[in-house]
Design a protein around this ligand. Structure first.
Ligand SMILES: [Zn+2]
Length: 290
């Protein structure tokens, strides 16, 4: 049996990894690979009723529910939302943290992004990447022999634009990905509906609220065009949101999966960072073995 991969997803917030890479994470987990999520911030920022302490505690538990559901490990640092800074102390902490896990591949944000925490998280990973192999930096943690491959999550920012290198079909795990979202109760059923002005529309029943969150569902018998998705996608239409990358980056799916890629409904797409180990066709087969 091949050695299990060690996969790390580093997000600024408690659902960034789930939203941008949850489907890919689930496929690693199905193979028996080890997946660790890190949220660098503690989630204390976003809630209309809970105090910072209350919401941070709830969100930690929600992350652990994701961990229980899926089998991944979910770490949360205590840094308050909106206060993540790419300083030397945090760089050292991250270098020690990554070295301890020694991932084969890391997924994270890009450095150009609307949220200061996303930018800081991305910059911290970028700053850490080469230092991971420098033994005299943080000598208390054993330096890695080589840098991991680093991939960026998809984002919509245009200057410079996100330029994906790989698309992973996630149709086989989309139900479970929605179950991951469903664990983030305080976000998807409270804070986000509150910010969208539709808190009163959220059903009380657990099954109904999940369907509400997911609905309307996209057709299963054909793929939608980007235009169709954009015409239907609202903040409440989460399946449409999840369906956008497959239509937007169809050619990458066809390149990877051939005919099947033409029919894929849901995908996650990633851009290779030039600051980690290069991704060639050989290690792509090893690191994306599904
Ligand atoms: Zn975020």
């Amino acid at each position: 049996m091949k050695k299990p991969l060690r996969v790390m997803m580093i997000g600024a917030h408690l659902d960034d990894n789930d939203f941008s890479g949850g489907g890919t994470a689930l496929q690693y987990l199905e193979r028996g690979d080890r997946v660790r999520f890190l949220s660098m911030c503690n989630g204390c920022g976003g809630h209309h009723e809970n105090s910072p302490e209350e919401i941070a505690a709830r969100r930690y538990q929600e992350a652990q529910n994701v961990a229980r559901l899926t089998g991944l490990e979910y770490d949360v640092w205590e840094i308050p939302d909106c206060e993540l800074v790419a300083d030397l102390e945090t760089r050292k902490r991250l270098v020690r943290y990554i070295r301890e896990f020694a991932p084969d591949i890391i997924f994270t944000h890009r450095t150009n992004d609307y949220h200061a925490d996303h930018r800081a998280a991305a910059l911290l990973v970028q700053d850490a990447s080469y230092l991971l192999i420098v033994p005299n930096f943080c000598p208390e943690a054993l330096a890695m022999k080589e840098m991991p491959v680093i991939m960026y999550f998809e984002d919509p920012f245009q200057n410079p634009p996100f330029m994906p290198d790989i698309a992973i079909a996630i149709d086989n795990v989309i139900d479970k990905k929605f179950e991951m979202f469903d664990c983030h109760v305080s976000q998807v059923y409270e804070w986000l509906p509150y910010t969208h002005g539709n808190l009163d529309k959220v059903p009380v029943d657990k099954k109904e609220r999940m369907e509400w969150y997911r609905s309307p569902r996209v057709p299963r018998d054909r793929v939608l065009t980007v235009e169709e998705i954009l015409a239907n996608k609202t903040k409440e239409h989460n399946e449409y949101e999840q369906a956008l990358p497959a239509s937007q980056y169809r050619e990458l799916l066809v390149k990877r999966y051939g005919e099947t890629g033409k029919k894929t409904l849901f995908a996650e797409v990633f851009q290779l960072s030039e600051y980690g180990k290069p991704l060639d066709s050989e290690n792509e087969k090893i690191l994306f073995p599904f």
